[in-house]
Design a protein around this ligand. Sequence first.
Ligand SMILES: C[S@@+](CC[C@H](N)C(=O)[O-])C[C@H]1O[C@@H](n2cnc3c(N)ncnc32)[C@H](O)[C@@H]1O
Length: 246
Amino acid sequence: MKPPVVLSRGKNSFLVEKFGGKLHTHHGIIELSELNNKSFGESVKTHLGVEYKIVPFNPSEFFKHFKRGATPLMPKDIGAIIAYTGLSPDSLIFDAGTGSGILAAYLAYFNKFGEVVTVEKREDFAKIARRNFKLAGLKNIHQILGDAIIVAEGFKKEFDLVVLDMKDDVAFVPKAKQILRVGGYLAVYNPYIEATREVYNAMSKNEFRELEAFEILRIDLDIKRVGTRTSTGVWHTGYIVIGRKY
Ligand SMILES: C[S@@+](CC[C@H](N)C(=O)[O-])C[C@H]1O[C@@H](n2cnc3c(N)ncnc32)[C@H](O)[C@@H]1O
């Protein structure tokens, strides 16, 4: 067993990046050197005797455990983008802006034989994302620091998918049309309806086909002894517009 691993107890979990030093939890301190002689499925104890299970670090945890700079996309929205654009594992993807790199990491993970080109204009965010990609062991991500609109000038009609989660997305729409191959998809995420409407209109004007705009809601269930009901919390995040070039 090698790092990274996750130490989990109920709703609490910690990502461990090296098997040394001390981990401070709400249940006491764990000596991380103890992990050297352990296997997945076994436990380590805090100095107060509370057990944490050792589990492998899995892509399902990118969202939970990656360091954050800019606000990341949530898995429910990432899943929708992957499914509705029919991502295949040998795709060339343009992702702007990188932010914390959560979307880029998931896209790279499901695109094992392809590549994700991800562009971020802020150096501090790009650095956080680089660290996250390294932690996840993802090698098929090409990070570029710069303005996505200018960077896109350097590419031809070769992308299978362009994903935008950044300001200036409306200005990028004609560029996306230029760098997409015929049959490729543009997916744009926005936290506000007004911006979503503007992107939709820009994509329509640029003759993207099969246009659809939608919101993905996740509604949890509260499962209690007395009964099960819909949780009062709704995971609203934002809106997605998807269109196709042909
Ligand atoms: C909401 S965050 C993206 C989060 C990312 N999708 C994730 O899952 O972690 C938006 C990012 O776009 C970057 N950005 C905004 N305009 C940009 C541009 N023209 N070119 C490149 N990056 C840009 C911002 O600096 C910010 O980091």
